[in-house]
Design a protein around this ligand. Structure first.
Ligand code: NAP
Ligand code: G4F
Length: 345
């Protein structure tokens, strides 16, 4: 059998790391695009290459941006991938209120640009497309819980409205042109690879650094919001399963359990033997003009049709993130100690 080729946008992000790892394990060649920035943003993929040296030659990166339609068409027509995973996005909800137009360009137009390229390639050879849709599209109104594929959308941020448009573009290209195009409606998923300004990682880094004496406190916004948090490594498996299914369909991936940010804090700080209340301050800067109060998903369809299930519990997730960040904090501490003048005895 010939080796499968996957094209991944957003390969330098959290999910890009876990999805690429999974695809390499399954024998794929993986091509990713990376934005040109003044300093390199390939930290996670460089780490992956170190972790899987035997597979490193099956990852190729090239410059590209999902807002550059012509560039995408050129790359995709040259590469002729079997599967395309569109993970690229301005993915921070709070930031989307400050950068609404850019968020729409990356999150909606980026998806549309890719769908056009997929439509062209599909005339030459079959190709399967995954769109990273999100539970944010539901808006988290308590009367909609638990949210499934049938729950109406009520987007409450520029991020979510842009993702709703991309969701509909994906569905429309499937219906209009017969493309194999799926939306994965993923609830929050976290890991040690999570960006530092999402609430879970902000908390686990703070707990670890406070424990090592590297930080004195943590400032947060709404700690009563509830999220359905799973482990990113489990969720990328679901993305891949969607593209192996016989029919292109949309699926929710979730754990079905909701926890408040406060509970996450409590669990993370107690893992390092601290009481979060001694270190927490509330800062209005982190509140959003409209909040998504309660996300809790119903992933029955993915379980029954794909056989997908999350494998990692809330407590296990918090523990693995805190333990990872404690190791980072110890290294940071050791580095600082090296630079200190020796104490006079
Ligand atoms: P992430 O860590 O923020 O990664 C986003 C990726 O998109 C990064 O590689 C980023 O590149 C890239 N990107 C941003 N703008 C781009 C552009 N214009 N052109 C090309 N690449 C661009 O996000 P994630 O957590 O891995 O999430 C992956 C996808 O799933 C996103 O679409 C997100 O909206 C969606 N999603 C995430 C979750 C979740 O809980 N994690 C849940 C539902 C849906 P740089 O490295 O250069 O910034
Ligand atoms: O960690 P968050 O920023 O994630 P949010 O907004 O749920 O979005 C993430 O999950 C979505 C899936 O549902 C993805 F589509 C999206 O791309 C992203 O990955 O915030 C979680 C909650 C919010 O209610 C927020 O108001 O935590 C609250 N929060 C409280 N203090 C904070 C903070 N969030 C952040 N980022 N920083 C704070 O200091």
């Amino acid at each position: 059998m010939t080796q499968k080729r996957a094209f991944v946008t957003g390969i330098t992000g959290q999910d890009g790391y876990y999805l690429t790892r999974l695809l390499l394990e399954k024998g794929y060649d993986v091509r990713g695009i990376v934005r040109r920035t003044s300093s390199m943003s390939r930290r996670r993929i460089d780490q992956l290459k170190d972790e899987m040296p035997d597979c490193a030659d099956r990852i190729t990166m090239q410059y590209g941006d999902v807002t550059d339609a012509a560039g995408l068409i050129r790359i995709i027509m040259e590469l002729e991938p079997d599967e395309i995973y569109n993970l690229a996005a301005q993915s921070h909800v709070r930031v989307s209120f400050d950068k609404p137009a850019y968020t729409q360009a990356a999150n909606t137009d980026g998806c549309l640009n890719l769908l056009e390229a997929v439509r062209l390639l599909n005339q030459r050879k079959p190709v399967r497309f995954y769109q990273a849709s999100t539970s944010e599209m539901f808006g988290g109104l308590p009367e909609t819980v638990p949210q499934s594929e049938k729950t109406p959308f009520h987007p409450r941020s520029p991020y979510a409205t842009a993702k709703v448009a991309a969701f509909h573009h994906t569905m429309n290209y499937r219906e209009a042109y017969g493309l194999f195009a799926c939306n994965g409606i993923l609830f929050n998923h976290e890991s040690p690879m999570r960006g530092e300004n999402f609430v879970t990682r902000k908390i686990t880094l703070a707990a670890a650094r406070i424990k090592e004496g590297l930080q004195s406190g943590i400032a947060l916004g709404n700690i009563d919001a509830q999220r359905d948090w799973g482990y990113a490594a489990d969720y990328v498996e679901g993305m891949w399963m969607m593209l192996q299914h016989d029919e292109p369909e949309d699926f929710v991936l979730a754990t079905g359990e909701a926890h408040t940010v406060r509970e996450f804090l409590q669990e993370a700080f107690s893992r390092v033997g601290l009481d979060y209340q001694d270190y927490l301050s509330i800062d209005s800067h982190y509140f959003r003009p409209t909040e998504v109060e309660l996300l809790c998903g119903d992933a029955r369809k993915a379980r029954e049709v794909l056989g997908w299930e999350p494998k990692t519990s809330f407590s296990e997730l918090v523990q693995l993130m805190v333990d990872h960040d404690c190791e980072l904090a110890r290294q940071e501490r050791a580095f600082h100690d090296l630079g200190r003048p020796a104490q006079a005895t």
